[in-house]
Design a protein around this ligand. Structure first.
Ligand code: MTE
Ligand code: CO
Length: 403
C-alpha cells in the first residue's frame, strides 16, 4: 500500500540523527517522583488540552448550562469520569451521602425511605450505557454551526455504572395494580422531575452509585442517579431523592414546555424518549485536523443507539455518494457507545467525510434533509442526522452540511 510506503520512508529517514534518540533526555537522566506524589492520579501534563468545554453564548448563566465531552481527543468506548459532559438546570448539588435519602411513595403497599447503606444491601449490577442529552446536535438543525464534534456531538458520555435495579426497590415497596408510571425527582435546586412508564422502570432502570468503578462525580449526581438506558438524558435524574408511583404521567415542566418537539403543523411531539441511532466521526474533525499529510490515515468515530446494539457503520469520503463499511472494534454492548475505524490511504484531495450507523432494531441514521422532511425546522431535540466534515487538502477540517 502506497500509504504504508510513505510512512515507512519517513520513519526510516527520521531514525538517522534524531535528537529524540541521540540525546540523553532529562527523564532518562534523573529520578522521577516517588510513588505517592499524586494520591489521586491526574492525566499527563501533556494532555492538559483534553477538557470539557462550553459555548459561552449558548446559555445565560453557568448554573443552568451545558459543557461538552472532548470526543475528538478520546478513543475506545468508555468516557473518563473527569471529562463526562455536564448538564445542570440548577448547578451541581453537593450532598453528604450520610444525609441523603431515597423515598419511594405513591401507589405502593409500603412507603419506604432508603439510606445509602440500605441501598448497598440490594443486589447490584454493572452495566455500560451511553447517556445522550436530547439537545445533543440541537444547534445544527438548520445547518452547520459549531466547529468541532465536541460541540456538535459532545453531549454524550458512556461509562460503566454500578447500581441497584430500580425493579428491586419497587418490589420492596410493592407497586399497586394501578401503579403504571413512576416520577423520578432530584434533590438539586432544579428539583428535576420526569415521568417514566412502569414497564421501563421494571425493564432496565438502574439506581447507580458508581461510575467506572468509583463513586459518581458530584457533577454526575453523587451520591445516586437514575439510569434510564437508551432514553434521553433529561430522564436520568441526578441526585435522585424520590420515586413516586402513579397511575398516569405528571406533565412536569421538563416533559411539556421542554423536551417536546415542535412540528411544522404547530403541534408538539411528547414522550419522545428513545435516542435514535446516531454516529459521528471524531477524528479527523475540526478540532482534530490531519497533520501528517497524505498516505496512511485512520478515520475514527462513535456510534450508538437507544434501541440496542449498533450492527454496522458505513463511512463516505465523498459526501454520501459512495459508502464503505467501517470496522467496529471493541465491545458491542446494548445502549452503549460503539467505536468504529476506517483505515484508508489519503491522496491529499479534499474530502466530505460522513458516517452512517445502523442498529439491531433495523433503523438507519437519516440525512438531515430526511429528518427535516418529517420534523420541520423548529426542532431542537433528537437530531440524529448524518454529520459531514469537509477535509481540505492541507488537512484542516470544517463543519459543513451536505444533505
Ligand atoms: N438531574 C437533575 N437533578 N438536575 C438536572 O439538571 N439534568 C438532566 C439530567 N438529570 C439534570 C438531571 C439532563 S438535561 C441531562 S442531559 C443529564 O442529566 C446530564 O447528565 P450529566 O450531567 O451526567 O452529563
Ligand atoms: Co439534557
Amino acid at each position: 500500500m502506497a500509504g504504508g510506503a510513505t510512512l515507512a520512508a519517513a520513519a526510516t529517514a527520521r531514525a538517522a540523527g534524531d535528537p529524540a534518540i541521540t540525546e540523553v533526555q532529562d527523564w532518562n537522566r534523573y529520578l522521577g517522583d516517588g510513588v505517592d506524589a499524586a494520591p489521586y492520579g491526574q492525566p499527563s501534563e501533556f494532555e492538559a488540552h483534553v477538557v470539557r468545554r462550553d459555548v459561552p453564548w449558548l446559555t445565560a448563566d453557568p448554573v443552568s448550562s451545558i459543557n461538552f465531552t472532548p470526543l475528538h481527543d478520546l478513543d475506545g468506548i468508555i468516557t473518563p469520569n473527569g471529562v463526562c459532559f455536564e448538564r445542570h438546570h440548577g448547578g451541581t448539588a453537593i450532598i453528604d451521602p450520610a444525609e441523603h435519602r431515597l423515598m419511594i411513595n405513591g401507589l405502593v403497599d409500603k412507603q419506604l425511605v432508603f439510606t445509602m447503606d440500605d441501598l448497598k444491601r440490594f443486589p447490584r449490577e454493572n452495566r455500560v450505557y451511553f447517556l445522550e442529552c436530547a439537545a445533543n446536535s440541537g444547534m445544527e438543525w438548520r445547518g452547520a454551526q459549531l466547529n468541532g464534534c465536541q460541540f456538535t456531538h459532545g453531549m454524550v458520555h458512556c461509562v460503566v455504572y454500578t447500581g441497584v435495579p430500580l425493579k428491586y426497590l419497587l418490589e420492596e415497596a410493592g407497586v399497586k395494580t394501578n401503579g403504571k408510571w413512576v416520577l423520578a425527582e432530584g434533590a438539586d435546586a432544579a428539583a428535576m422531575t420526569r415521568s417514566i412508564p412502569m414497564e421501563k422502570a421494571l425493564e432496565d432502570c438502574l439506581v447507580a452509585f458508581k461510575m467506572n468503578g468509583e463513586a459518581l462525580r458530584p457533577e454526575q449526581g453523587y451520591p445516586i442517579r437514575l439510569c434510564v438506558p437508551g432514553w434521553e438524558g433529561n430522564m436520568w435524574v441526578k441526585w435522585l431523592r424520590r420515586i413516586e408511583v402513579g397511575d398516569e404521567p405528571w406533565a412536569q415542566r421538563e416533559e411539556t414546555s421542554k423536551y417536546t418537539d415542535l412540528l411544522p403543523d404547530g403541534t408538539a411531539r411528547r414522550h419522545t424518549w428513545v435516542m435514535d441511532v446516531k454516529s459521528v466521526i471524531t477524528s479527523p474533525s475540526p478540532q482534530a485536523p490531519i497533520t501528517h499529510g497524505r498516505g496512511r490515515t485512520v478515520i475514527s468515530g462513535l456510534a450508538w443507539s437507544g434501541n440496542g446494539k449498533v450492527t454496522r457503520v458505513d463511512v463516505s469520503l465523498d459526501g454520501g455518494r459512495n459508502w464503505q463499511t467501517a470496522r467496529l472494534d471493541g465491545p458491542s454492548l446494548s445502549k452503549a457507545l460503539h467505536r468504529f475505524y476506517f483505515d484508508f490511504d489519503w491522496d491529499g484531495s479534499p474530502l466530505l467525510i460522513q458516517s452512517r450507523a445502523m442498529d439491531e432494531a433495523g433503523f438507519i441514521q437519516p440525512t438531515k434533509n430526511e429528518l427535516r422532511a418529517v420534523r420541520g425546522t423548529n426542532s431542537i431535540y433528537h437530531n440524529n442526522g448524518i454529520q459531514t466534515w469537509h477535509v481540505k487538502g492541507d488537512g484542516v477540517v470544517e463543519n459543513v452540511e451536505v444533505s
